[in-house]
Design a protein around this ligand. Sequence first.
Ligand SMILES: N[C@@H](CCC(=O)N[C@@H](CS)C(=O)NCC(=O)O)C(=O)O
Length: 198
Amino acid sequence: MKLHDVALSGNCYKVRLFLGLIGQKAELVPVDLMGGAHKRPAFLAINPRGQVPALEDGELRLGDSHAILVYLALRYAEPHWNPQDAVTQGRIANWLSFSANEVQHGLAQTRVIQLFKRPGDLPAAQAKGRHALELLDATLADHRWLAQTDEPSIADIAVYPYVALASEGGLEPSGYPYVQDWLGRIRALPGYIAQPAF
Ligand SMILES: N[C@@H](CCC(=O)N[C@@H](CS)C(=O)NCC(=O)O)C(=O)O
C-alpha cells in the first residue's frame, strides 16, 4: 500500500493517524506540492482531482481523505471504526461532510492563511472555525465519540486533525472543554501518532 502524502497536511494526517490506530503499514510517498507535482500527469493518474492524500492499494487508486478512511475501515479495521447499521452510517456521513465543509473551510483554512501565509479572509475563516468548535462541543457534551457509539469511529479521525491543529490558525480549542476531553481521548488511543511540528 502506498500513501501519497505531504507531511504538514492535516488531510494526509487523517490517513496516517488512522493507519497507526489500525496497525496498518503504508509506504509514504512525499508529494512536492510547492513544485506542482500534484497537477502533473503521473499524480493525476492516481488522483484526477489533483490533491493529496491519495492511496494506492493493489489495483485501487483513491483520493480524498474521507473516501480513504471509509475504504481502510471496511477493508482492514475492526468493525467499530465504521459500524454498518443505518443510524450510525447516517451519523458518520454527517461528520465526514462536516469535516469536508465546516472544518475544511473554517479550521483548515485559518491554518492555510496564518501558518502557510496564503491569501484569504482570516477573520471569516476563524468565525467558521469557532462555529465548528461550538457544534463539536455541543455534541461532545453528551457523547464520548462523535458517532455516539461506545468506541471511536472514522468520524472522530476525520474531524480530529484540524481541531488538534486549531491553534496554528489562531484559534484556541481550550475554550471548549468537551472538545478538549475528546482530543485527550483520541491521543490516548493505542497506536496514536502525532502530526509533525511545522
Ligand atoms: N477533500 C479533500 C481535500 C484535500 C486537500 O485539500 N488537499 C490539499 C492539501 S491538505 C491539497 O492537495 N491542495 C492542493 C490543491 O488543492 O491544489 C480531502 O479530504 O482529501
